[in-house]
Design a protein around this ligand. Structure first.
Ligand code: IVH
Length: 680
């Protein structure tokens, strides 16, 4: 049993880490397909052993996180992901589920291309482009309006007639030819090339200088209308409406009456996609009728009325030129393969992750080997095989480096762990900078006036050695400091120099961070294996750092979902004097090391599980959902015998209502609900 618990915990942490690499660093280390397989594995384990599931599990999330240099904006409705498949059988299973869910009613699909870029929400008011927001973590994204306005095909003014306020969503991408041109220019200028159009588009949108963005041609297709008012009745109608506003819509979307027709569409595009001027990584299949979409509803992270069919990946061979080693915040050393440039699905590949010493040994990969490289759409490629028969192979297997490439300390490897570590926590530069970057991160102390570049600058001037140094910084220390820094994501070289305004912002951000709640502070400390979720759990269990710091192994492992490895790591962290000293300094600086209990507005809905469905008169759906939580209730997405209330708005699907009646679930209208929580 504890093995299952451990497997679930391990998979959960692993997937969270991959999400971070994919969305935040834009540097995924495994293919989409592997990610999906692991996610499926976790889903199945959680289904069989729900008692061990992490409430914050990646299976319940859209993924995605937010980068640090833009304003964060909450989406009007969450930007969800799609469940996806690579198999025809699963596509047909999806059709079965739709058929069953609609109780045998007639239905049709729209099949459309799955553009390989990054999702964006555009908000227009009075016809003017007001805001553009990236998907981020699905709930909140980065405001990148200035950058998006540089994209030629995105109108700043809609064609009339336009609604007073409208939100449309779609995908920003870079054409293959523009990507190729950009890379050629970069190589000529002595800069390194980008991996693929998707990463380039993502990196470009994250650039701080809009004038630089304008030099990199991006394009867009819109595919979703956020329609709170029930204006359109089908997906096709919404595409027509979006187009009539002067926004770019793909002309390749088709309605299909049967799943066989959908399959033919997919099959033909698997071949034809090579001729497109942009990359697609699959086909999206959506139920056309909006009422039927509402009827099927959503799981926690994706609609039940749509699925993405993803195309298989392509494999090419190339030569392994060398292996370099990167040191992360925890001291873990990651080997990276430097490859002879090779074209894969129209993009140039030069690097691949080798993960750790075990992977190198399993592949028995040696410098000079012919290796086989694979990638799915948007990922950093991966070496999947090696030509072991080649005559001219190096004589000896690759030996993992013995010394840290950054500080020359001998590396260590703990029994049972895959990674090698540099133990020089105290003075190995990437570890120090990494810890401070982690500390200021959005999910930690959220000091967004400081980024990687500024941390690098302050570290190089000897002003930052540990997080608590932040709280000692004075305006005079900072004014006028400057250094030229290369952004790893975009490879832009820029001069970071601190003038009056940015010094004010930095000091302000640091001051504001003192308001972060205990669980964020605990996460910020960067204790190994204490991710966001574990930090939350520990904070809620112990209520303050002193209790946590004096806890025992027994008490720690007694907490749901805390295993030996986490407990060990926590004990080790607090046993070190240097950590105790750092905590003392942070306490002195005024950080929160005690939990503050949130007060609910009332307990009117205490313990009630509520499904919200349809459109409401007085409040938006999200407002209603927030009120439910604020009064002690919890939101659930589908009706079951455990549901207490179906909160029914207008236009609710008849199937939902019938199901609620069938199961004896109380059906409540908006007014009754508002009276119940005293908001009318
Ligand atoms: S619909 C609620 N349509 O794929 C569903 N998404 O894995 C919203 N994508 O986040 C998405 N082409 O970034 C939709 N024609 C298309 C798409 C598409 C690409 C992306 C989008 C989404 C992801 C889902």
């Amino acid at each position: 049993m504890s093995e299952v618990k451990e497997s679930i915990r391990r998979l959960t942490e692993e997937l969270k880490d991959h999400n971070y690499k994919y969305y935040v660093l834009a540097q995924p280390s495994i293919s989409d397909r592997e990610f999906d397989q692991k996610l499926k594995e976790l889903e199945q384990l959680e289904l069989a052993y729900p008692q061990f599931a992490d409430p914050d599990s990646p299976t319940k999330k859209v993924g995605g996180e937010i980068t640090s240099n833009f304003t964060t904006v909450t989406h009007s409705t969450p930007m969800l992901s799609l469940s996806n498949t690579y198999s025809k059988e699963e596509l047909f299973d999806f059709d079965e589920r739709v058929n069953r869910g609609l109780g045998g009613e007639k239905y049709e699909y729209v099949a459309e291309l799955k553009f390989d870029g990054l999702a964006i929400a555009l908000i227009y008011e009075q016809g003017k482009l007001l805001r553009a927001i990236t998907r981020g973590d699905g709930t909140k994204g980065d405001e990148v309006t200035a950058n998006v306005k540089t994209i030629n095909r995105i109108p700043h003014q809609l064609k009339s007639p336009f609604p007073e306020k409208v939100e449309v969503r779609g995908e920003i991408f870079m054409h293959k030819a523009a990507f190729k041109r950009l890379n050629e220019q970069r190589l000529k200028a002595g800069l390194s090339g980008f991996a693929n159009p998707r990463n380039t588009a993502a990196g470009t949108l994250k650039m701080q200088e809009s004038s630089e963005v304008a030099k990199r041609p991006l394009d867009i297709f819109l595919y979703q209308l956020v329609d709170e008012g029930g204006v359109v009745h089908s997906h096709m109608e919404s595409l027509d409406l979006i187009q009539s506003l002067g926004l770019p819509v793909s002309s390749e979307s088709r309605t299909c009456n049967t799943i066989d027709e959908v399959w033919n569409f997919i099959d033909s595009w698997d071949e034809k996609r090579k001729d497109l001027s942009y990359e697609i990584d699959g086909v999206v299949v959506k139920l056309n009728n909006i009422r039927q979409q509402d009827e099927l509803g959503f799981t926690a992270k994706s609609p039940r009325w749509a699925i993405a069919f993803k195309f298989e990946t392509e494999r090419v061979s190339t030569k392994l030129l060398s292996i370099s080693y990167q040191v992360g915040r925890t001291g873990a050393v990651t080997p990276v393969a430097n490859l002879q440039a090779v074209s894969l699905l129209g993009t140039t590949v030069k690097r691949a992750s080798l993960h750790n010493a075990d992977v190198i040994a399993d592949l028995d990969v040696r410098i000079g080997d012919t290796v086989f490289v694979e990638k799915g759409g948007e990922i950093i490629p991966k070496i999947v095989d090696v030509d072991h028969q080649a005559a001219d192979r190096a004589d000896h297997p690759t030996e993992f480096i013995a010394l840290c490439p950054e500080c020359s300390t001998p590396l260590v490897r703990t029994e049972g762990e895959a990674a090698h570590y540099c133990p020089n926590r105290e003075s190995c530069p990437p570890q120090i900078k990494g810890r401070i970057e982690h500390f200021i991160g959005r999910k930690a102390m959220d000091i967004d006036s400081l980024g990687e570049g500024k941390v690098d600058l302050l570290f190089s001037k000897g002003l930052l050695k540990r997080p608590s140094d932040l709280y000692q910084l004075k305006s005079d220390d900072l004014l006028g400091l400057s250094k030229s820094i290369v952004n790893e994501d975009t490879l832009e070289e820029r001069l970071v120099s601190l003038q009056k305004k940015s010094v004010e912002n930095i000091l302000n951000g640091i001051e504001q961070s003192k308001k972060q709640i205990f669980e964020k502070v605990l996460f910020a400390l960067g204790i190994r294996h204490v991710g966001e979720t574990v930090a939350k759990k520990l904070a809620r269990h112990f209520k303050n750092i002193d209790q946590l710091s004096s806890s025992s192994m027994e008490e720690l492992v007694g907490i749901n979902e805390i295993g030996d490895k986490i407990a060990q790591s926590v004990l080790e962290y607090f046993s070190k004097q240097e950590n105790q000293d750092e905590i003392a300094l942070l306490k002195e600086a005024g950080l929160n090391f005690v939990i503050e209990e949130k007060e609910l507005s009332s307990n009117a809905l205490e313990g009630k599980k509520i499904v919200v469905s349809g459109v409401f008169q007085k409040y938006g759906r999200n407002e209603i959902k927030a009120m439910i939580e604020d009064h002690g209730g919890s939101n659930v997405s589908s009706i079951s015998k455990n549901t207490d209330i179906l909160l029914a708005g207008e236009n609710m699907g008849p199937a939902k209502k019938a199901k609620a009646e069938d199961l004896g679930v109380q059906i409540m209208d908006e007014d009754t609900f508002l009276e119940l929580i005293d908001q009318n």
